[in-house]
Design a protein around this ligand. Structure first.
Ligand code: NAD
Length: 355
């Protein structure tokens, strides 16, 4: 399994996406996002998407030259149509707009449609939190609803429908909640398939509704389905998923998880809150830090060394992987190389970067 320094993996990505048809700065936005996903430990949203996005551009499903347009603009809200642009480009544009509005008005809400896959959805609230604001995002997958069974159902009818939230801390990384409303991201089933390993119990059922740990059952014909989040109370994951469909799909104008499966797109609904419009900034920080100390003071269960905050696993993984490098499984690497050859790049030129 090849391992790369983050800067080398970025360099490979820049070359691939520029050759695929992205402008230089858009290639950087896409690749920096994907490599950060690997650093954060979310390989499901990292280099595995190099070949998926490059292929989608080659097949005309993503429009790398498209530029997001504001189609509705009010003091506290806007609607952006990305015209099929790369997801990271569309979602970054929408987040910048929501931050600007929140700084002026206290709250900025932006709905985004017709953008391609935006990747790790927590990246966008995190942008707001890094600038001292609170961010929140709800993301559906347009009409591509066939991965998650509704509570009590056997058939995939919804997408993984993630949502994320980030809040700044005083002198520490933000609290970062970034999660699907299904048990797990669909990309993690793909990572298991590429690695040829089973998934944990409780993630999947086969086409007949039997529990399975074989990721191939998910992609079989007829397919299996991922379970909604929540275990014995999975109706709560299902309920949140419907909420995400309504905000990300119906309110963005992209559409919900029904209809034909032609669209390769995320529907996005993003809120940004400017803290000082609500309370004194120092009071907010005092309150948050004392909440965190209170939560972390809990005794821990056997086998658990420490209470973590949402986001801490990702920030710690980033520190570790920045030093140790990023492993890319063999199937993913070979598929990236195949896609590179399709657009007349010579991937053997990258051999020296592997270690
Ligand atoms: P996950 O289950 O690994 O993590 C979910 C959340 O739980 C994170 O905020 C994490 O910090 C937190 N967490 C994990 N362990 C913890 C612990 N011990 N204590 C406290 N908090 C803890 O993530 P996931 O739901 O499988 O999602 C993976 C990624 O896939 C996310 O980045 C998500 O945005 C992305 N995704 C994107 C799309 C899309 O359409 N663009 C769709 C689905 C998922």
């Amino acid at each position: 399994m090849p391992r790369f320094k983050p800067e080398d993996l970025r360099q490979i990505g820049y070359t691939l996406f520029e050759k695929a048809g992205c402008q230089k700065e858009d290639a950087r936005a896409v690749v920096d996002h994907l490599v950060e996903s690997n650093l954060f430990g979310h390989d499901s949203h990292g280099a595995i998407r190099f070949y998926e996005y490059a292929r989608a551009i080659r097949e005309g499903r993503f429009q790398p030259q498209a530029e997001p347009q504001v189609v509705q603009d009010k003091p506290c809200m806007a609607v952006v149509d990305a015209g099929g642009a790369m997801g990271q480009v569309g979602a970054t544009f929408a987040t910048r707009l929501a931050i600007e509005k929140a700084r002026e008005q206290g709250v900025g809400t932006v709905a985004l449609r017709n953008t391609s896959h935006i990747g790790r959805v927590g990246a966008y609230p995190l942008m707001a939190a890094r600038e001292g604001l609170i961010g929140q995002i709800f993301v559906n997958a347009g009409h591509l609803g066939y991965q998650i069974a509704p509570f009590g159902g056997l058939d995939g009818k919804l997408s993984t429908n993630p949502m994320a939230f980030a809040a700044p801390r005083r002198n520490a990384e933000p609290v970062l909640v970034d999660m699907t409303t299904s048990v797990v991201a669909e990309g993690k089933i793909r990572v298991a398939l590429n690695k040829g390993v089973d998934v944990p119990e409780g993630w999947l059922m086969d086409a007949n509704g039997n529990p399975t740990t074989d990721p191939k059952d998910f992609k079989a014909d007829p397919p299996g389905a991922i379970l909604p989040m929540g275990g014995v109370v999975a109706y709560k994951g299902y309920a949140l998923s419907l909420m995400v469909e309504i905000l990300g799909g119906a309110l963005s104008g992209l559409g919900c998880a029904n209809g034909s499966r032609t669209m390769v797109s995320n529907g996005v609904f993003l809120n940004v809150y400017h803290i000082e419009h609500f309370v004194e900034l120092e009071d907010y920080y005092d309150e948050l830090e004392s909440l965190i100390a209170h939560v972390k003071s809990s005794r821990t269960a056997p086998g658990i060394s420490e209470i973590l905050l949402p986001g801490e696993p990702e920030f710690r993984s980033a520190e570790r992987r920045s030093q140790e490098g990023i492993e890319v499984d063999d199937t993913t690497w070979e598929t990236i190389c195949e896609e590179a050859r399709m657009i007349d790049l010579d991937p053997s030129e990258w051999d020296d970067l592997k270690n």
